[in-house]
Design a binder for this molecule. Sequence first.
Ligand code: SAH
Length: 421
Amino acid sequence: MSDANPYPLGLRLAGLRVVVVGGGTVATRRVPALLDAGADVLLVSPELTPALRAHADAGRLRWEPRRFVPDDLDGAWLVQAVLDDPVAAASVSAAAAERRIFCVRADDRTAATAWTPAVTRHGPVTVAVLGGGDPRRAMSTRDAIRTLLGARKGTLLTDSVEEGPLPNSFGQRAPDAGRAPGRVALVGAGPGDPELITVKGWRLLTEADVVVADRLVPGLLLDELRAGVELVDASKIPYGPSRSQEEINRILVDRALAGAFVVRLKGGDPYVFGRGGEELLACAAAGVPVTVVPGVTSSVAAPAAAGIPVTHRAVAHEFTVVSGHVAPDSPDSLVRWDALARLRGTLVILMGLKNLAAITATLLAHGRRAATPAAVVQEGTTGGQRVLRSTLGAVAADVAAEGFRPPAVVVVGDVVGKLDA
Ligand code: SAH
């Protein structure tokens, strides 16, 4: 092969046959990206690593448990020879060349007709780096670019994005050029630490035209939005709670129908006492496409931040998350507190401070022991985190005495104190 520059290309492999010859660690690393690209993967190898076998067992690829024969390449668009035996790899190369199929060689780059780049992906953007024949140089360059892209600079990826259908290489837009229809993403912002949003949630946030944020959303996340984004503070919407929910639904739908990409950013996980379902239904009823991005919920993260695991071997094999915003004796309560009192596992109570005295009294009345360890975590995972350790019998009085305030979770169960040295 000559030293001429390689010609970079993005292969669109959906439904196309790709043959992978070899079933070792290199094949294990290469196969997932082929599957991700939708390729119809045929794997030829007498032996497979357990990870590859799992793909085969799940029907994600076809496995021929034998050595390579040239006919394996019939109908293939690409072949990866990932064998450490150069003679076997050369025979794959030769069969590929005869059929005019590009062949990647893991054993000898100079004998290959195609190279696999080092890759980093950020949503729709794929950065592929070739190191001029030196895979380590490709990887270190890729790592530097990944750091740059991951440095919370979503603008890098989005500022040049033009609205409407993308032009083709001749600069022509599709005939129906106009504003692309809008959509809504319900994104979990995590429990408070701005670093506890998911990678996907963060990316969508940096791409948004409109962000509708909750009171519990970490302010720092909003600090980093791109210029020009419309920020709606959902906690400042007047009217009572149900009117304001209608108002939020209306804002989501109206902005999306006008073509905007709207991110509804919600504390913790959108579906854990977050009314995410109502917002989804409102968008669906208006024909607006919705994506839901789960978040790290405070019901697990706030205890964790205070050193409390919600489950622990031989201590708790269950955890129950319950809302305490309705008093136990209220006709509106949907919670069987009597049944919860009889559970042995961990109880995590959200929105429970106001009714804590009534809740603990109810749990005690139905048989949970007063000595059961309990803890309260206020503003978990944030700089303002406060933790109180107590017992089920005393926690309500302690919370009042110490002046704990929402947002806080109450944890009841033997897991409290388990990790204390
Ligand atoms: N969807 C959110 C919960 C919304 S309900 C989630 O998955 O986390 C709001 C309640 O969540 C608060 O009253 C409080 O009980 C709890 N909460 C949210 N953030 C919290 C935090 N950082 N620390 C402690 N509790 C928190």
